[in-house]
Write a protein that binds this ligand. Structure first.
Ligand code: ZN
Ligand code: ZN
Ligand code: ZN
Length: 719
């Protein structure tokens, strides 16, 4: 099996295991239950769930599917036989009873409980007669107050809900059909006992609504659907009502939180959130197309934090997926398209990544993945001495099973850029701009993610080459997209790459480094294009804290000798001599001199040199400047294999790199689009390296992949 084929298969498995599949055989002896407990990550519009599976409420992820009749070994034949025997005697065993069963057959109590729950649910689906003869007073876990609030709201509107209505509630509350059915029945009994006159059970022709917040299909449609035997899931109306219902559930939750909140400030924020959400819901209610509905819902939930939002996103994604909208996720940078051949709705990114492939011979074009995207992996890019060193550092300092690959490109003979304001200042002073020669290093860190790769960290550094600054290295841009869910691991990788790079530069003769804690523009990224909605944009304060922790760690790791935030360089009597010690590519002092002093203080007119010098000295003595001056611990060059450096037009400067991302609409906002972008970057970079003779094609002698849809290079994310 080639790696190409393997990836294809992995893709299919992943697609199928997105939801937990439960298959129940109707024959008594062969009763079979399969539960596949893999779970797809939220990964798109809202906050990511925690990586730890322990934090995942298993119950919350169970969804029933009759489409995928998967056979997985979930329990042994003996266990199953015993469970069936017990079920025949007591379909709803008490907690103690279940505990005894669990001990007897050596199975988790949780698993046993779930088996009974689904067994009852399954019986119920097979034969509606059993519903009314369901055992009385089941000791199932009771409803939460939120759930009761919702049930009561429905009960007030509709005391005799249809099966389809109950099924929607079941999906939302993630409990058994019987539990909801019995709740309604018991409620009616209670009312009758208390002498409340119930409106008569309406007949088919009476139009009823599920609740005032919901739009529902008319009874005629309901009837037609039942006659056709088609699932109600296929209509827009059904999708719409499920989505609205789910949003309603979220609102109920938010409302309950409002009532509990005592902190005034948090209350204000939650009120705002509640208001925003109810506006989103009002907007969603008026939508008449699934794509527009999707947009309204996910734009509305975007970037919202907290478990209830993450769950809502996940549920809505499942509803949209079941409603036929590709993977159910929303990518504003990759809109869903309709296949001209089969009419399927799909994301081009999902097609290109092979998410839609079913491995068949004659697949519809909307299912054929872009084989070109997977021709090369990041590890096919040759290592240079710096990347070799960094990979060793990460291996030493980061303990993880994740694959981390680091590659570095170099651009020689670059010149420092001091910024427009600074240039204007020099022009006004009739001085020639100083020339500083630098070498750019672009560092890329990749990781594996379910068989795909994600570029999740990038750094651009300047190594000074001219005589005056030959011992200086500066970290110019440092950027990341947090697709590694484990925050500690993520931070440790970032720290290790930065400190590793400091160690590397020390080993080739650099003694000093500095960086400026300058937060990125919230609307732009330093080195990526787009960032996940849940990833906060760091503030200056946060950056300073992070750099401080990083540099302290650098001391214990034997990289940093000393660091501080005061200027310690030479003091000169002449202004321009002083300035030239301080400025560097994109430096802090260029901005102080060009923007703060020249533009803001002197209003862009020519100042007296001595004034500038004294103003500059005043700036230098300010405490807590957002700049770090670092002395590196000098190292003896560790023997590194004689590897040539890698050069690329693509990664030469931040501008060429950002233009490349822009031109190809590569976007790192969502996990899937980030994977596409990463694959695209790797393919393009390697083709450039092959074309410029820096590497041989690793697949030069292997036959072209069979599933290739398009042998020409990928040109854009929406191609
Ligand atoms: Zn409310
Ligand atoms: Zn998709
Ligand atoms: Zn198609």
């Amino acid at each position: 099996m080639t790696t190409m084929e393997k990836k294809e298969n992995d893709g299919v498995t992943q697609e199928d295991s997105v939801i937990v599949t439960v298959a129940l055989d109707s024959s008594e002896t062969g009763a079979f239950l399969a539960i596949d407990e893999t779970r797809e990550q939220v990964g798109s519009s809202a906050q990511e769930p925690q990586e730890s599976n322990a934090a995942v409420d298993n119950e919350a992820i169970v969804a029933v599917s009759t489409k995928h009749q998967k056979k997985r070994v979930w329990c042994s034949d003996e266990q199953l036989k015993y469970l069936c025997k017990c079920f025949n005697k007591t379909p709803s065993p008490s907690m103690e009873h279940r505990q005894r069963i669990a001990e007897k057959i050596n199975m988790d109590l949780e698993k046993v409980s779930r088996w009974f729950r689904y067994r009852r649910g399954g019986k119920n689906r097979e034969d509606s007669e059993t519903v009314s003869s369901a055992p009385e007073g089941q000791k199932e876990d009771s409803f939460t107050s939120d759930e009761l609030w919702m049930l009561n709201a429905h009960y007030e509107k509709d005391k005799y809900p249809y099966r389809s209505t109950i099924e929607i509630i079941v999906k939302l509350l993630k409990c058994s059909y019987n539990k909801v059915y019995n709740w309604f029945r018991n409620q009616r009994r209670k009312d009758k006992k208390n002498g409340i006159v119930l409106s008569p059970k309406p007949n088919e022709k009476t139009k009823r609504t599920i609740c005032d917040k919901l739009s529902t299909s008319s009874t005629a449609e309901e009837k037609k659907r039942r006659e056709n035997g088609s699932s109600p899931d296929n209509s827009f109306e059904s999708l719409h009502s499920r989505i609205i219902f789910r949003m309603k559930k979220l609102l109920v939750k938010l409302h309950a939180k409002l009532l509990e909140q005592l902190d005034e400030k948090l209350l204000e924020q939650q009120r705002k959130e509640h208001k925003e959400l109810s506006d989103v819901m009002d907007n969603a209610k008026t939508q008449t197309s699934s794509l527009e509905l999707m947009k309204v819902v996910f734009e509305g939930l975007k970037g919202k934090k907290g478990e209830s939002f993450a769950e809502t996103v996940m549920d809505c994604e499942a509803f949209f997926r079941e409603g036929g909208l590709c993977c159910g996720k929303y990518f504003d940078c990759d809109p869903i398209q309709t296949c001209a051949t089969c009419g399927d709705q799909f994301h081009p990114v999902c097609r290109d990544l092979g998410r839609r492939s079913n491995g068949g011979e004659n697949q519809c074009p909307c299912r054929i993945r872009q084989a070109m995207l997977f021709k090369y992996r990041s590890t096919d890019i040759p290592l240079d001495p710096c990347a070799t060193f960094l990979e060793k550092c990460v291996k030493n300092w980061v303990h993880t099973n994740r694959k981390i690959a680091i590659r570095v490109t170099t651009a020689e003979n670059m010149e420092a850029d001091f910024g427009e304001d600074f240039e204007a200042f020099y022009a006004k002073m009739k001085k020639n701009l100083p020339v500083q020669k630098i070498r750019n290093k672009m560092i890329f860190v990749f990781t594996d993610d379910d068989g795909d790769e994600i570029l999740f960290f990038a750094m651009l550094a300047n190594e000074y080459k001219d005589a005056a600054k030959s011992d200086l290295m500066t970290i110019r841009y440092l950027d990341s997209v947090s697709f590694i869910n484990d925050g500690d691991l993520r931070t440790n990788v970032y720290n290790s790459v930065v400190l590793g790079y400091m160690g590397y530069t020390a080993s080739i003769g650099y003694k000093k480094s500095h960086f400026w804690a300058c937060p990125p523009d919230p609307k732009d990224s330093y080195l990526f294009r787009g960032r996940p909605a849940w990833q906060p944009v760091p503030t200056e304060k946060r950056l300073i804290k992070w750099y401080t922790t990083l540099l302290d760690l650098g001391k214990t790791r034997g990289v940093v000798a000393e660091y501080g935030r005061d200027y310690e360089g030479p003091q000169e009597k002449k202004l321009f001599k002083q300035i030239e010690h301080m400025i560097c590519d994109g430096g802090y002092w260029n901005e102080i001199i060009g923007k703060k002093l020249f533009i803001e203080t002197y209003g862009g007119s020519q100042p007296i040199q001595q004034h500038v010098l004294s103003d500059l000295r005043a700036e230098m003595t300010l405490k807590d400047k957002p700049i770090f001056y670092i002395d590196l611990i000098s190292r003896i060059m560790i023997a590194i294999e004689e590897l040539p450096s890698i050069t690329s037009e693509l990664t030469k400067t931040r501008d060429t790199w950002k233009k490349f991302l822009e031109d190809n609409e590569l976007d790192f906002t969502y996990r899937e689009t980030a994977k596409y972008a990463t694959a695209f970057i790797i393919q393009t970079l390697i083709r450039e390296l092959i074309a410029t003779g820096q590497m041989a094609d690793p697949h030069a002698n292997s036959p072209a992949p069979e599933c290739s849809s398009d042998s020409s290079p990928p040109t854009s994310s929406s191609s």
